[in-house]
Write a new protein. Structure first.
Length: 432
């Protein structure tokens, strides 16, 4: 006898795909992160930098892609060293990669030593006062977890000056110094012919050679492609892992990582001569059909992507075809001109693609008047987040199939379940 459906949990009534569709229906859009693409990008960078170690920069919530799933996937693929911006990010990374080396780029502050020791991560020290405070903590507690020294070679942002770095060489030569990495940061690595690159390389090579026995690191994402002389012992790619072009003067060697879709909330018609959106800056030049989508600048789709009567804005993919933005992007909504689509090609509830299907992070950044880094770190704060992939084994280890569940009888092979949906969360509290 069949049970009363009202007593059966909804999840038991629906397939996995239907459950996911029901979960996603509560959101105005879906941000999908391809962890396999991130792994492939890391492996390409690693291969380019051999024999240098290839670390991964996962600061800013892994450039908006999720620090824990990204770090976990990269660690499983073979990455052993990660860079974050602050201690709060270090805690999140440590939860994902319990045995990896984690460096905190934001530096060391007095009375934070216990926090570094508790989660076994290393500060990147860029000031002599920081170095002195770190020394005091290490002597007082016996902590020997290590630290990096950041040397400024031209950025004029963080780091010891070359003169200050020279001053601590006797300490390095004395041994038992606790410095596990000497690093600097390139100013214009994406510009292949920049003379700044050569000056920074010469300055860093000179000082790093005097840090006897200390590994050295200079190259960021773009720096990896400047050649072996820039790679030293470790490279630190960030944006390239997430699909941003590290070689903007050439084709992008990286795979796209992020796909962003937003839901159509209404289809409407406007007559020739009517305006659309705030300020009435865009005027219909013909009878026009509009799709209003549930995405705006509060979701990271910048107002700069707007169109007006004199300027064409960004485009989105609707029913497989590019369609332009019409009028100003507002906080929650954006109008799209779908007049050239076949009738009924787009309907209320359909998803359109804002990023993906040929629209790259760098293209969107061009329309936003910014760089891919800012696009990624701004996207999808109110969207459902879906991860796919991330189960790759390290290249030097054979893949091992997971053992069958002990309590379940054998069953016929089923298609894999859909990727998990991560619900939007509030930002973590600031460290105390």
């Amino acid at each position: 006898m069949a049970s009363d459906p009202k007593t059966i949990p909804q999840a038991d009534l629906l397939s996995a795909e239907a459950n996911q569709a029901a979960a996603l229906a509560a959101f105005g859009g879906v941000l999908t992160i391809d962890l396999d693409a991130i792994i492939a990008n890391w492996r390409k960078l690693e291969k380019t930098a051999v024999p240098a170690e290839c670390a991964a920069v996962v600061k800013a919530n892994a450039y908006g892609c999720g620090i824990e799933p990204v770090a976990r996937a990269l660690n499983k693929a073979g990455c052993r060293t990660f860079f974050v911006a602050n201690l709060e990010e270090a805690r999140a990374a440590r939860a994902a990669v319990p045995t990896s080396t984690i460096y905190v780029l934001g530096g060391y502050f007095q009375n934070t030593g216990e926090h570094y020791a508790k989660i076994d991560c290393r500060p990147v020290i860029g000031d002599l006062n920081e170095l002195a405070e770190w020394d005091v903590f290490c002597r007082r507690t016996g902590w020997s977890g290590g630290a990096a020294v950041h040397i400024d070679t031209g950025m004029n942002r963080l780091g010891l000056t070359l003169q200050e770095a020279q001053a601590i060489i006797p300490r390095i030569n004395a041994g038992d110094h606790g410095i596990t990495l000497a690093m600097s940061h390139l100013v214009a690595a994406e510009q292949l012919n920049s003379t700044v690159n050569a000056r920074q390389l010469a300055a860093f090579r000179g000082i790093a050679s005097e840090f006897a026995g200390v590994p050295a690191s200079l190259a960021n994402s773009s720096g990896v492609f400047l050649g072996a002389s820039f790679q030293f012992d470790m490279v630190r790619p960030g944006a390239a892992l997430y699909g941003v072009n590290p070689t903007p003067e050439a084709d992008n060697p990286m795979l796209p990582v992020v796909d962003l879709k937003a839901r159509i909330v209404q289809i409407r018609n406007v007559e020739r001569g009517e305006t659309v959106g705030y300020g009435g800056t865009w005027t219909a030049r013909r009878p026009t059909r509009l799709a209003i989508i549930a995405s705006g600048y509060a979701d990271g789709y910048f107002r700069a992507a707007s169109a007006n009567d004199g300027t064409r804005g960004a485009e989105v993919i609707v029913a497989g075809k590019r369609c332009p933005v019409a009028g100003r992007v507002s906080m929650d909504l954006t109008a799209i001109d779908i007049t050239d689509l076949p009738p009924n090609a787009a309907r209320r509830g359909h998803m359109v693609t804002l990023l993906g299907e040929g629209i790259t992070v760098d293209e969107l950044a061009h329309h936003f008047g910014t760089i891919g880094y800012e696009v990624l770190t701004s996207l999808g704060r109110r969207f459902a987040r879906v991860y796919k992939g991330g189960n790759a084994e390290p290249l030097d280890q054979p893949a091992v199939a997971p053992p069958p569940a002990a309590t379940e009888p054998p069953v016929a092979e089923q298609p894999p379940p859909p990727p998990p949906v991560e619900q939007p969360t509030n930002p973590p509290p600031l460290p105390t």
